[in-house]
Design a binder for this molecule. Structure first.
Ligand code: AMP
Length: 422
């Protein structure tokens, strides 16, 4: 019988990959916490309605890509395809924005979308996200964009391109939808099935279509239809970004795949990821979202970045940290009777270092070879003679030198030896 395989579109993070992941997640937390963002965690599944209303029932994400199931009571639930709707539900549901405005939160965790798996596109993937909820200001839009930029700077990742646009307010978008319908309607017969439907229900999505991409360059731009207030908001965002020395290129074709965006939207692209998978992340302002979820109107702005794609780019530039191995020290017994003594010594040394205990009945030379594989720099050997003399042998695994040390001085000697190697 064949062993059971992982589900399609999923990826195990095995121990050797863990240092790169930790580096990525810790760097993100460090950068955004320096702006006063605090961690939040919400469930990986939610009522399906949260996404139908929040993300938009006619978006590809909700219509085609959600993993939806029923609980035992017949309620429809979905694995979250994105984090913003859940975070807004949690923050506004707990009235956090009444204690402080705005509420600044960040999260990291798995998201689920049933897209055709390929490099940089999985069924389960990881978002690093921030949300700033409860206040409307161009300075906050700029803060979010700046944080994303500083994060990539902190990673040292080269080649990231930042593209910003504005979608204006609801009235601007209504006018824009009309303009798009007027532009696309004469092409109705040649449009793909999806786009013919989008023409009726969600004209902004027409601009995302790969099949009808040749029509996009001639389509009207929302910028041409914005009212003065929307233009002033965007101009202020750009001024803040310039003052922060964040190199944002204005791209009026960015519309973002989810329905809840308004005003500022942005995407981060990377040159090394090709085609449709070149987006590292994106975000924007979503002032209408809380209301769609049944709460009082609450403005917000945020971003979500794709951790797997960032790691692909970071690995290409050799930015990810080296695997630091399993441990610093292996404490080995030589014969069975020294097992307890060896365990005691391992416990003593764990205060300062990562220590693996090997009291197996393998021969000592095998244990030393295994210590090399674990990445250990020292082996501490406890044989019959050492036990009798209340000593241990400390072996430098790189230099192949060793010395006997009284157990009372062992912690100091080991610390010294590890320091000397660093
Ligand atoms: P989105 O909410 O679609 O803009 O997603 C933000 C980021 O998450 C994207 O720019 C990607 O980097 C990443 N992402 C989205 N979908 C997937 C997926 N199926 N697999 C891997 N990463 C993804």
């Amino acid at each position: 019988m064949a062993g059971i395989a992982a589900p399609r579109g999923t990826h195990d993070i095995l121990p050797a990959e863990a240092p790169a992941w930790r580096w990525l997640l810790d760097t993100h937390s460090r950068v955004v916490e320096s702006y006063g963002y605090r961690p939040i965690a919400t469930p990986v599944f939610e009522a399906t309605e949260l996404f139908a209303r929040g993300v938009g029932a006619e978006t590809d994400v909700v219509e085609k890509q959600m993993f939806t199931f029923e609980d035992r009571g017949g309620r429809s639930l979905a694995l979250r395809p994105e984090g913003t709707a859940g975070v807004v539900r949690a923050v506004v549901g707990a009235h956090l924005e009444q204690e402080r405005r705005p509420v600044r939160v960040h999260y990291q965790g798995p998201m689920f979308r049933a897209e055709r798996p390929q490099a940089g596109r999985q069924h389960q993937f990881t978002h690093l996200g921030v949300e700033c909820i409860g206040e409307r200001s161009p300075h906050l839009d700029a803060e979010i964009v700046e944080m994303a930029w500083r994060f990539f700077q902190a990673l040292g990742l080269e080649g990231v391109q930042l593209q910003v646009n504005t979608l204006g307010d609801a009235e601007d978008r209504r006018r824009y939808r009309e303009a798009l319908v007027a532009y696309y309607a004469p092409f109705r017969e040649r449009l793909c099935d999806d786009c013919r439907r989008r023409l009726e229900v969600n004209p902004l999505r027409l601009l995302d279509c790969k099949k009808d991409a040749d029509l996009v360059p001639g389509a009207p731009l929302i910028w041409e239809l914005l009212d003065a207030g929307s233009k002033a908001h965007f101009t202020a965002v750009l001024a803040s970004l310039e003052a922060a020395e964040v190199p944002a290129a204005v791209n009026h074709r960015i519309v973002r795949g989810l329905d809840y965006y308004a005003d500022t939207v942005f995407e981060l692209w990377h040159e090394s990821l090709h085609g449709a998978q070149n987006a590292l992340g994106g975000g924007g302002r979503y002032d209408g979202l809380a209301e769609l979820l049944g709460f009082a109107t609450t403005p917000g702005v945020g971003y979500a970045l794709g951790a797997e794609r960032i790691l692909i780019a970071a690995e290409q530039q050799q930015l990810t940290p080296q695997d630091a191995g399993d441990c610093d020290i292996v404490v080995c017994s030589v014969e069975g009777p020294q097992a307890e003594r060896a365990a005691e010594i391992a416990r003593l040394l764990r205060g300062d270092a990562r220590v693996v205990l090997d009291v197996s009945d393998r021969r000592l030379d095998r244990k030393l070879r295994q210590s090399d594989k674990l990445g250990a720099r020292l082996a501490v050997i406890v044989g019959e003679e050492e036990e009798r003399a209340e000593e241990a042998t400390v072996r430098d695994l790189a230099a192949h030198t060793q010395q006997r040390v009284p157990t009372s001085q062992l912690a100091d000697a080991v610390r010294h030896a590890l320091d000397a190697q660093r």
